[in-house]
Design a protein around this ligand. Structure first.
Ligand code: BES
Ligand code: MN
Ligand code: ZN
Length: 491
């Protein structure tokens, strides 16, 4: 994205910009930067606070125009709640809302003094990186297939901070590129963003950097590998499946790679176990796991991380057709294990199990899959936390910590063996669905059966977090921020 980031330490009344952003507290009123602005304009801001026209409620914005004594023609005051309780969530809400209030123009340059306030448990580097990321996020507009939509004219954002923190802005820009890629791929309609399109986008990433190589496996190559489970899902679609394998050599060849695997169902009708009509269009987002691993991969490449990384996107469309797989079918996975299909709408695990088996040929240091896997995960955790499942406590702790650091949070669910009998089948080694209960967990348990030799494996269910639901819903780009935060720590 073309938002230019910089750092600036200056009196807010003297800055040459189109708008200055400063914080207001609900209890103690003006932040230090807002006080400086208030003094420069003869107390006008304090009077607006007294009259109740300006509020310190978290995320609430007030735009003041042409204040005497202040160089910038606009001052945007943004509420951050009570001064001692500004946590990561309130801070990021204020950071995003302040950009949202200004992104429609005519402003093109903004200075934000928001990063001067104290945030509970977070340091200056955190505030700068995450405020920059929130600004990138808030300034994004989906325009690709909406001819009447305009991209934001914002071009430059300076943040209050010292030059020593310049690296945080570079990191934020690298992460933002990955987040934006994931959002854009998610938002594209399913008649454009099909498996071949995802492969083509991976090709652009590979072409941009000579440490990156790409292999795309087609149906015949997957047949030769015995990927009967993935191919079973794919067989009802006119859009042939692709297994997209991107490889980044950022470290010595003897270092084992981290491998990210993403669910790339470019549209999920449910297949023969067809979904109800209302809301089905949201299933264009069923490739957001794949989009997020491609996004995290792009960020890692752009940041030049000193790691070896492989991103695998399993790109398949799940359609009802005369050639479709059906309930009752028994599929033979690449691992040799057989699977009785009891519901063709539980297709994500069927493509992931073969992608996870394939991934093990790279002898991964860590194997992480990301998937919009279950409605049950949305019931359990809602829209805020990714569902995290792993048998490896150390890896789970690393991912929870990365989620907390990036405020792209995950919450762990158990995948104890006690749940495994729910997948029993008389016709095959396992069924593709559990019972009525614990649907997110039985899906995780299913995947666990295909990663048994792999110590460090984790599964992220992003069904509730990958997009904002409803008619105005857009892809969030999550969990790219979590994944890149974690990858940065692996160097
Ligand atoms: N892609 C869906 C999961 C989903 C549903 C994500 C709603 C986000 C919102 C997945 O393929 C699916 O259909 N899962 C079924 C599994 C069931 C048949 C065991 C589900 O969750 O209902
Ligand atoms: Mn489904
Ligand atoms: Zn699905």
């Amino acid at each position: 994205m073309s938002l230019n980031l910089s750092l600036l330490r200056a009196h807010p009344a003297h800055i040459d910009t189109d708008a200055v952003v400063a914080a207001v507290f609900e209890d103690t009123g003006l932040s230090p930067a807002a006080q400086q602005l208030d003094e420069a304009c003869g107390g006008r801001i304090a009077r607006l606070l007294e009259s109740g026209d300006v509020s310190g409620k978290a995320g609430r914005c007030a735009l003041l125009l042409a204040l005497d004594g202040i160089h910038a023609p606009r001052v945007l005051l943004v509420g951050v709640g009570e001064s001692s309780k500004v946590d990561a969530g309130r801070f990021l809400k204020a950071a995003a809302e302040s950009i949202r209030a200004l992104k429609g123009g005519p402003v093109t340059r903004i200075h934000s003094a928001l990063t001067e306030i104290d945030v509970v448990g977070r340091d200056a580097d955190w505030k700068l990186r995450q405020a920059a990321l929130a600004a990138f996020h808030a300034s994004y507009t989906y325009t690709t297939t909406k001819k009447s939509a305009k991209a934001s004219p914002l071009t430059a954002l300076s943040l209050s901070g010292d030059d020593a923190a310049a690296d945080q802005l570079r990191i934020a820009a690298g992460i933002a590129d990955g987040v934006t890629l994931a959002r854009e791929l998610g938002n594209l309609p399913p008649n454009i963003c099909n498996p071949a399109y995802l492969a083509e986008q991976a090709g652009h990433i590979a072409a941009s950097n000579d440490k990156v190589s790409l292999e795309v496996l087609d149906r015949e190559q997957m047949q030769a590998l015995g990927m009967g489970s993935l191919l079973g899902v794919a067989q009802g679609s006119a859009n042939p499946p692709k297994l997209i394998v991107l490889r980044y050599d950022g470290a010595a060849t003897d270092q084992r790679p981290h491998v990210l695997v993403g669910k790339g169902i470019t549209f999920d009708t449910g297949g023969i176990s067809i979904k109800p009509g209302p809301g089905m269009e949201e299933m264009k987002f069923d490739m957001c796991g794949a989009a997020s691993v491609l996004g995290a991969f792009l960020s890692a490449v752009q940041l030049g991380l000193r790691i070896n990384l492989i991103a695998i996107a399993a790109a398949v469309e799940n359609m009802p057709d005369g050639a479709s797989y059906r309930p009752g079918d028994v599929l033979t996975s690449m691992s040799g294990k057989t699977i009785e299909v009891l519901n063709t709408d539980a297709e994500g695990r069927l493509i992931l199990c073969d992608a996870l088996t394939y991934a093990q040929r790279f002898n991964p240091a860590t194997l992480i899959d990301v998937a919009t896997l279950t409605g049950a995960c949305v019931v359990a955790l809602g829209k805020h936390a990714h569902g995290l499942m792993s048998r490896d406590d150390a890896l789970a702790a690393e991912l929870l910590a990365a989620g907390d650091a990036s405020h792209d949070r995950a919450w762990r669910l158990p995948i104890w063996d006690d749940y495994q009998p729910m997948l029993d089948s008389v016709a095959a080694d396992m069924a593709n669905i559990g019972g009525k209960w614990a649907g997110a967990i039985t899906a995780g348990c299913f995947l666990a059966r295909f990663t048994e030799g792999q110590q460090r494996w984790a599964h992220l269910d992003i069904a509730g977090t990958a997009w904002d639901e409803g008619r105005k819903g857009l892809a969030t780009g999550r969990p790219v921020n979590l994944l890149v935060e974690w990858l940065i720590g692996r160097q």
